[in-house]
Ligand binder design. Structure first.
Ligand code: PXP
Length: 242
């Protein structure tokens, strides 16, 4: 089975926001991502609007030719925005104002009934809901109970492991949990902290349908350009599957 690459374009917006300019254009960037092999475009509308803005979501929804995957916190404000814009996919993530990036997976276990209501609400707008969780059996079971169709397994602990043994332990955990999630009927995506150095082993896992990658690709684009940076990652993922 194939593997899909979702490009997270948040940090293209970061470059724009730090200077308050109207460039770089997110639409131009997203269309180039699609042309270069992105299978979907991911953007995280954060509560503090530090990178992606409301208007970006609205404008991009009408321009993307692949799919929009809107990452957002499980708040009333975000549910209202998603219900209006109707991205194809929504990935619910935990959010803390002061964090540099999403630090951990959602605690679905502690909020099953709230998450179930949100899944129902988003599904009514034909949005496929994914829950960003750590690779833990109890969180996967809770995601299933909420009626989410997809889980995105958090690869940050794997990516940030400080030695090879720790990284292998994390990889094994993701592997076992990807198999488990698939066995109970969930689509399994993964993402966070993935780079050219660490993606092959994740892309090899046959249950994983989609990887969402942002920071390393946008960083690599500084040296090789956005199109080639995407193609490099896509080729690496395809090679990993062969
Ligand atoms: N998936 C989720 C749910 C995320 O929150 C992020 C970061 O916004 C990513 C994937 C992409 O992570 P990175 O930018 O480290 O590739």
């Amino acid at each position: 089975m194939g593997i899909y690459l979702g490009i997270n374009i948040d940090h293209i917006a970061t470059i724009r926001q730090v200077r308050g300019t109207n460039y770089p254009s997110l639409v131009e960037a997203a269309l180039l991502c699609e042309k270069s092999g992105a299978d979907s475009i991911t953007l995280h509308l954060r509560e503090d609007r530090r990178h992606i803005q409301d208007a970006d979501v609205e404008i991009l929804r009408g321009k993307l030719t692949t799919k929009m995957n809107l990452e957002m916190a499980a708040t009333d404000e975000m549910i209202a925005i998603a219900s209006k814009i109707k991205p194809q996919d929504c990935c619910l993530v935990p959010e803390k104002r002061e964090e540099l990036t999403t630090e951990g997976g959602l605690n679905v276990i502690s909020q099953i009934s709230k998450m179930r209501d949100i899944c129902i609400q988003l599904n009514m707008s034909n949005i496929i809901v994914s829950l960003f969780i750590d690779a833990q059996k109890d969180q996967i079971d809770a995601a299933k109970q909420c009626g989410a169709a997809v889980v995105e397994l958090h690869t940050g602990h794997y990516a940030n492991a400080t030695n090879e043994a720790a990284q292998l332990t994390e990889l094994e955990r993701i592997k076992i949990m990807a198999t488990y999630a698939r066995s109970i009927g969930l689509q399994v995506n993964a993402g966070h902290g993935l780079t050219l150095e660490n993606t092959t082993n994740i892309a090899k896992l046959p249950e994983i349908v989609e990887l969402n990658i942002g920071h390393s690709i946008i960083s690599r684009a500084v040296f090789v350009g956005l199109g080639p940076a995407i193609q490099e990652m896509k080729n690496l993922m395809i090679d990993a599957r062969q």
